[in-house]
Design a protein around this ligand. Structure first.
Ligand SMILES: Nc1ncnc2c1ncn2[C@@H]1O[C@H](COP(=O)(O)OP(=O)(O)OP(=O)(O)O)[C@@H](O)[C@H]1O
Length: 699
């Protein structure tokens, strides 16, 4: 066979006499191969394509007729290659039609594996991975000129080898497309095969779903995610990549109108991206499109470790039981299991003794996941770093009392403006901080599970569109959300699990960009912090975030005033709510109420007084907020004529890059000099005294 990739492990498959009499030369099975070989093969084919391109241009000039001829050969030969029905084979076995492509003198054809592709300029890096041209075209529009590491390691075995994949890579490394591209490519292949079978009248009756596949009614793939926002994001991501494929993708999540979702499902999408709860609900209600769920060809579980935890696993388990019922269908399904923390293992609890205290190895953890999901012999691609977080993430901490947390948070938001995500451990904490930061005019955007879905999406959109916005969120925003340009992630409370820390922090420093994370630790949280360091194998403390103490005084004043005002307003709100409820109940019962019979709480006079004080405090706070908080050149020492401190030459506060601050601190402290690793940032001093962050490529 010509054009065969060097050293790939192809094994002949016995095809029997019947098929030989049909004129089939042979089948070969790709058993195992080395990704590097694929890369080499791809670059070899790249050179070849370039050479052939030149040749063709020359030929085109000289003999246009000849070129036309070769085009027609491509078409007929391609069809000839598909005359044999590969769907009759087990999923791991394929017919290689590269011989057919290889004979063709075509400059526009890549002969990698079993697809004939045209070259999209500037996208050569993708061609070696066997990605169909329609997808490459869309990737080119997205300016994704080359695959990320996880994509280049997952896409070939998934497309060529049809392998199940267990993928682990750092946050923001492009995992969505690592499973999205093979799924879209596989559906394209199946659809193409189906219509060609029909065209050629090949065994169309043998496969009961063929006509359905052709008419576009088949549900091919299911992608599961733990949160609604992530499902919507994944759907949009896949839609962008499937732009030229005609593949339809819909989302099924809770919180959106059931009617709308049913309407979407009536369009019979090829791929459904869903959260397990709503999906299971619709399956049980007997939605006709979702009734095909037992026969899906692709299943992707994003953030798998989260999906196997309480709260999601129950529905996932029911779904898996259903789709794994038929062994034949189960074995013809390709599974993708992904997460940044798939292989993260924990320290066993201290109270356990002896063998029970043995730490699970990543391999044992994976084995557990494999058997829970009922997958057999997947390819494991684990490229997570030892420290768990992204290589370009700068981590730091601030140790303070519980009381001071609000002050440091406000300080950070004022001193280091930029798109900032603040994580809290509870909804009540998000609510309290939202109130407080609203009073301090920081325009916070809350996001938690008790909000209306529409408001959740609206706040996310606002956060995306404003480069100086603050999102206050629970862990509902910790996983998967891809918001470009998040500069800082602040952990207002120490997350209770290392997974949570990794995923929260992973909202910044995505795709090799720099980002900063700051952990606020109060004395009651030290034990969580040390456990976090142990699990993530950190033998040193995270560096301290440098805070300018001289600026904290002004911060304290504002925050204290805002807190007082918040309490007063809360008292007023409660008083009104209680009274309104009582008055309404009395009115409904047609009773007349005496003043003394009002519910216990504030008297009318006290309520008026609270309101008066609140309005006074609000004025004071607004007056403070109207002045810049960090005046330049202000020493805080000089008295003025009026005896009050004034800031005569105040300019707008100079925003400081928080990441640079941390690096400066680390430079000073010899302790952290060893932190520098390949790929980490170094601080470069450039002309005019300005500092720049630069990624360190080599050691
Ligand atoms: N090949 C590529 N070239 C450039 N950008 C890419 C490429 N692939 C994906 N991206 C972009 O990288 C960003 C991160 O991708 P994605 O959300 O898939 O990461 P992830 O690994 O799933 O992150 P997380 O673990 O947080 O879920 C997205 O904005 C995506 O559009």
């Amino acid at each position: 066979m010509k054009n065969r990739k060097p050293d790939l492990c192809w094994n002949a498959v016995n095809i029997g006499e019947d098929l030989q009499t049909l004129g089939l030369a042979g089948f070969e099975e790709l058993k195992e191969y080395d990704d590097n070989i694929i890369q080499t093969a791809s670059s070899a084919s790249k050179d070849k394509i370039l050479k052939k391109k030149k040749n063709k241009r020359r030929k085109k000039k000289k003999k246009p007729a000849e070129a036309d001829e070769s085009d027609s050969i491509i078409k007929t030969k391609k069809r000839k290659g598909r005359d044999t029905d590969p769907s009759e084979l087990p999923s791991s076995k394929r017919i290689r039609n590269e011989t057919i492509c290889s004979d063709v003198d075509s400059s526009e054809v890549v002969t990698d594996g079993d697809t004939c592709q045209s070259v999209v300029e500037g996208m050569e890096a993708w061609h070696g991975l066997n990605v169909p041209t329609q997808i490459i075209q869309a990737l080119s529009e997205l300016k994704f000129t080359k695959p990320t590491t996880i994509q280049s390691m997952v896409v070939p075995p998934a497309i060529l080898g049809k392998r199940d994949i267990l993928g682990a890579a750092e946050t923001g490394s492009g995992k969505t497309l690592a499973f999205g591209i093979p799924i879209i490519s596989g559906i394209l292949e199946q659809k193409g095969r189906c219509s060609e079978d029909q065209e050629n009248n090949v065994d169309i009756n043998k496969c009961e779903t063929k006509s359905q596949e052709k008419s576009g009614g088949k549900l091919y793939a299911l992608v599961l995610t733990p949160t609604r926002e992530l499902a919507i994001q994944v759907r949009n991501h896949l839609v962008a990549v499937a732009k030229y494929t005609g593949i339809k993708i819909s989302v099924v999540v809770g919180g959106l109108s059931a009617e709308k979702q049913e309407r979407l499902l009536r369009k019979r999408p090829d791929i459904v991206v869903a959260t397990p709860g709503r999906l299971w609900e619709l399956i049980q209600e007997g939605n006709p499109h979702l009734s095909q769920v037992d026969d899906i060809r692709y299943l992707a579980i994003d953030e798998t470790d989260r999906m196997l935890e309480r709260g999601h696993y129950e529905e996932l388990q029911k779904l898996l039981e259903r789709i794994n019922l038929d062994e034949g269908r189960k074995s013809s399904r390709q599974n993708f299991v992904f997460s940044a923390t798939l292989t993260l293992v924990h320290e066993p609890p201290r109270h356990l003794k002896g063998r029970a205290r043995k730490r699970l190895t990543p391999g044992q953890k994976l084995q557990g996941i494999i058997s829970l999901l009922g997958i057999t012999s997947p390819k494991v691609v684990d490229i997570t770093q030892e420290k768990g977080t992204a290589g370009t993430l700068l981590e730091s901490r601030i140790c303070c009392t519980l009381e001071e947390k609000d002050e440091y948070l406000y300080y950070l938001l004022q001193r280091h403006p930029g798109r900032t995500l603040v994580f809290c451990n509870s909804i009540s904490c998000v609510r309290r901080l939202t109130q407080l930061l609203q009073l301090l005019q920081c325009n916070p955007l809350p996001l938690h599970a008790n909000m209306m879905q529409r408001q959740r999406l609206k706040n996310l959109d606002r956060f995306r569109s404003d480069s100086n916005s603050v999102l206050l969120a629970t862990d509902v925003a910790a996983r998967g959300l891809d918001i470009p340009g998040v500069e800082h992630v602040i952990h207002y409370q120490v997350p209770r699990t290392s997974e949570s820390y990794i995923h929260r922090s992973g909202r910044t420093a995505r795709l090799e960009k720099e980002g900063l994370t700051i952990l606020l630790i109060d004395p009651t949280e030290v034990s969580y912090y040390t456990r976090l360091c142990r699990t993530l194998g950190r033998d040193k403390d995270l560096p301290l975030f440098p805070v300018d103490d001289s600026l904290i005084k002004g911060v304290k004043e504002r925050v204290h005033l805002a807190r007082e005002l918040d309490k007063l307003e809360l008292t007023c709100r409660r008083h009104h709510a209680k009274n309104n409820w009582f008055q309404k109940a009395i009115k409904d019962m047609d009773l007349v109420l005496d003043e003394k019979e009002l519910p216990p709480g504030l008297s009318r006079e006290a309520a008026v007084e609270v309101k008066r004080i609140a309005s006074l405090k609000r004025k004071q706070l607004n007056a403070l907020l109207s002045k810049p908080i960090f005046p330049r050149g202000f020493s805080g020492k000089y008295p003025t004529k009026t005896g009050q401190l004034q800031v005569p030459f105040v300019k707008a506060p100079v925003p400081e890059f928080a990441a640079i601050k941390v690096l400066q601190q680390m430079e000073k402290s010899k302790k952290h000099k060893t932190v520098r690793k390949p790929g980490a940032f170094v601080l470069l001093k450039k002309n005019k005294g300005r500092h720049y962050l630069k990624k360190k490529i080599n050691n």
